[in-house]
Design a protein around this ligand. Structure first.
Ligand code: B1M
Length: 209
């Protein structure tokens, strides 16, 4: 089994005790941080499919998520770039009702790495909290919303609507997450959509330039 396959299998099986060492070994073996991240994301897709088919349940999905988070910790210094100049400030959060934060954390890391100060509101963030954060950070350039569930897409829509109706201006809104599409982003009036963390960092830079 290659190191990447070992990392993949360890995440899928929720091996939280060995994953950090395996990720380090994969790095030492010359695999790039992106390759290792992709192997972990692939494992999470398999976990998701097994959950959908009733082969595994929430506890297994949770433990796989924990393993992925531990693996990402080791990758962080290798994924984050070395931004030489500050481009602005970004507020990020997972919308109300949604507890998924692995992807949101990766997006935050990549946006930070291209030169943004990050205000991370965490998960299950009500629209009012986004608005409070925008008021508390009048220098904010970008507000980033993540949603992983089809059932929380309406909360994303409501959040964008509430922010627009608040009359607050001077920043752009970017949205993303597995069920989100460019069409949905356009429909709810977001300024931008990104498919993954790397694309989000590129888009956010474009939004402020
Ligand atoms: Co949940 N879950 N989960 N889950 N979970 C999914 C999302 C699911 C697809 C699994 C499945 O059934 N196949 C499914 C959603 C189905 C749907 O809505 N269509 C699902 C479900 C149903 C649920 C529960 C409802 C299960 C239940 O209780 N019956 C429940 C909901 C809880 C809640 O939120 N209220 C639930 C719970 C959980 C855990 C807590 C156990 C755990 C989360 C742990 C955590 O996040 N700390 C969990 C996990 C781990 C998953 C899967 C397996 C993995 C998610 C993940 O971290 N992926 C997931 C299946 C899957 O994704 N294949 C699943 C890796 C991560 C790097 O990718 O998050 O997609 P992702 O982020 C990507 C992109 O989406 C994008 O960039 C990221 C990095 O490249 N992106 C953005 C994300 N945010 C962005 C923002 C942007 C731009 C890009 O701009 C601002």
């Amino acid at each position: 089994m290659s190191k990447l396959q070992e990392v993949n299998a360890a995440v899928a099986a929720g091996k939280t005790k060995v994953i950090a060492d395996l990720v380090q070994e994969a790095l030492d073996a010359g695999h790039s941080a992106q390759e290792i991240l992709d192997a972990m994301i692939e494992a999470m897709d398999v976990v998701g499919d097994k959950f959908s088919s009733g082969e595994i349940f929430v506890p297994e999905m949770l433990i796989a998520g924990k393993a992925m988070q531990k693996g990402v910790e080791v990758l962080k210094p290798h994924l984050a770039g070395d931004a030489s100049s500050k481009l602005g400030k970004c507020i990020i959060g997972t919308v109300a009702g949604d507890l998924h934060d692995i992807g949101k954390n990766l997006v935050a890391l990549m946006i930070e790495s291209v030169g943004f100060d990050m205000v991370d509101l965490g998960v299950d963030v009500p629209k009012e909290k986004f608005i409070e954060a925008i008021k508390a950070n009048p220098d904010v350039n970008v507000v980033a919303l993540s949603a992983l569930l089809t059932t929380t897409m309406p909360a994303m829509r409501d959040t964008v609507k509430a922010i627009r109706e608040s009359g607050l201006t001077g920043f752009k809104i970017i949205v993303g997450g597995a069920p989100i599409t460019q069409e949905f982003a356009d429909e709810i009036g977001a300024d931008a959509y990104a498919r993954d963390a790397g694309a989000a960092a590129v888009k956010v830079k474009e939004l402020v330039s």
